[in-house]
Design a protein. Sequence first.
Length: 393
Amino acid sequence: MSDRPDFAPSTLVIHSNRSYEKQSNSILFPIHQTATYIHESVGVTKGYGYSRGANPTVNALEQAIAAIEGTKHALCFRSGMSAIHTLCMAVLSAGDHVILSDVIYGGTMRLFYQVLRHFGIEYDYADTSSAEGVEAALKPNTRLIFLETPANPTLKISDIKAICELAQAKGNILVAVDNTFLTPLLQNVLDLGADVAMMSTTKYIDGHNATIGGSLATHDETLTERLRLVRKTIGSIQTPFDSWLALQGMKTLPIRLEAHQKHAGIVAKWLEDHPRVVKVNYPGLDSFPQKKLAEKQQLGFGGMLSFELDASTEDSLHFMDALKLCTCAESLGSVETLATNPATASHCDLTREQREALGISDRLIRLSVGLEAPKDLIADFEQAFAATIGSSK
Ligand SMILES: *Cc1c(COP(=O)(O)O)cnc(C)c1O
């Protein structure tokens, strides 16, 4: 990438936004907690006018994200959802059609079904594991293809490159990819041809469950200006304090990701070998049907997995309640191992039939594997098995 300085990611996340504060030489970039900026003379500023438009601390986070995305242009938002919403407001008009990955974050479904639908935005879900699935869903008015890969919560993988090539051949269709599960360090979606890389920075970027935030990155300067305009107009910019916290978290992103995926690999294998586990979804397992595609486009398998127990839904939920070290909480990508039941959390808006069709059974447990020692996590699973469904058939 020509835009990317010649540093490794672990260096970039620490030094990409290194402009020091001159008053005290504080090593941390300061929190510019301000609504407005003084005009040196009427109309003359240092580039900042009002913090709904831009803010130096938000900009520092944007530079760090742009650096790891390998582009010059990244923008940060109040949440992952406000990043997706701002993107839709910026590139769609009433009458446009959107194709969404059929397995996708529940909040993204809600945005289209409960909100954008009422503004004349049409959409369809498609099997985005291949370009053919997307091609079958194309309409003359398709303007945006929004992929999530690996997808929440089954880890289903979309073929980013093939879909981007299809979109390019059709012309006038943007491809955006929700890359929350891997971040550009484990999957660079812009390199694979996507027009827009989206992340919920709430997850791995922050990494400590301290903030809610989102980002969009692109190589397209015109699109960046349009996004900036919409963000300023609707007020969806990230706050200075949350940007600052995310910046601190991000400094350890490469080293955290390495540990997350190492631990996830160990836990996935242990679960797969357990007699009371019927299924484990983890792209790094040989049993994962799309492992080849994962190896082709990803630079790692990440820290997310989901699994099903050989037990009823009720007993599976008891198993979750019996976990002591793993925490039952929504969200993912933090230092703590988090377990969720998608049917009652992220995908509760769908009917059971809709969920079943997507491989999201009521008993599916999603795990964001944290940085605790894998042996302690496994001991926690062992005691939860013993306390609930037992550990042999
Ligand atoms: C959490 C999440 C979002 C939404 O992000 P928020 O920061 O919670 O608004 C979008 N996509 C994926 C894959 C997520 O995990």
